[in-house]
Design a protein around this ligand. Sequence first.
Ligand code: PMP
Ligand code: GLU
Length: 403
Amino acid sequence: MSTLTQHQTLSTVLNSLAESETLAMTKKARELAAQGHKVISLSVGEPDFKTPTHVMEAAKKAIDEGYHFYSPVAGFADLRAAIADKLKRENNLDVSAENIVVSTGAKQSLANVIEAIVDKGEEVIIFAPYWVSYSEMVKLAEGKSVIISGTIENDFKVTAAELEAAITPKTRAIMFSSPCNPSGSVFTEKELRAIAAVVAKYPNITVIADEIYEYINFEGKNFSIGSIPEIKDQVVTINGFSKGFAMTGWRIGYIAAPKYIAQACEKLQGQVTSGTCSITQRAALAALQGDLSAPEEMKKAYARRRDLVIQLLKDVPGIKINKPAGAFYIFPDVSAYFGKSFNGQIIKTSSELSMYILNNAYVSTVGGDAFASPNNIRISFAASDENITEAIRRIKECLAKLQ
Ligand code: PMP
Ligand code: GLU
């Protein structure tokens, strides 16, 4: 009798799933650091600031007040109401608490929505470059990702005409982040209105608008596509606290969705994870009720670092950059280095270049392949000026060794 290999006993969908490249590169960086190398990690997209003090205090208070029990699956009622208020006030969304579902990170929010609405074989149009997990979440739902790509010349932004050309009878959803991870691009109100005009023609299509970087917009206030009345019932807005409030480890995100999608996500979450951490929810409520000076200060720091990283990268030969309008990433085109080699090792892809930089300069970045943009690498500038400066110096030095 033949026995199955361990690989064969995993599900087909799991076998086809890629590991998260952002997390994989960060794991490698941690391993090298544990071996004693002076690694500068610019791979994981994570604020290097502390969570605001009033938010931490609220969590301590919640522990003392006895928030030790299961919370309602969709989140505490007062938190959902406060999120709805925020979205009405700041984003012009026409929502109430029943449209809100709180989850264990925006990552779970996204996974819930895709799982809830995408059937086997249905298409999800994803604007590339895109955050690594989008296509893998679609895969888990047995949907099909249809990738349409922006170019560096167009600030990596897909146009409404390109979107319309990609729509088929099987299209179920459209998905993008703005400000964008990994390009830092921000869709303007005008561009989003043009996209909305296309979407309005297809009432069965849902837009999944990932706005997790909304507070890190260097050019003004973020515009939410869900505020456009003609398509308001077709939009799920994704947001969370990880980026704006420097709360990555607390694990809390949320959706604002048409009621039928919110209810489906609540049902799914009720079977998979239940309500997110009760202490974290109380902390998130304090974040919403407090002033926005902390996100504002962090944004100013990121803007300054963005300018620093641009200035330093301009000095690196063979690299093409654009100016990110938001988030904390820059996504240079490094294809001029493909085909070059060091000690007999030929660099053929952006992932190989990113590994070469990690192993030779001890700076972790993420290859663009994982973001469906094979000519680029992602560099996070959520790091100190000193680390950014040293990292780019090392990258420049190690790229110069390629022949
Ligand atoms: N969307 C985008 C575009 C992101 O970069 C991230 C970063 N992790 C997330 C969603 C998920 O964030 P979290 O789960 O930490 O709330
Ligand atoms: N969103 C961050 C990133 O892109 C965090 C890591 C992850 O969850 O992918 O690096």
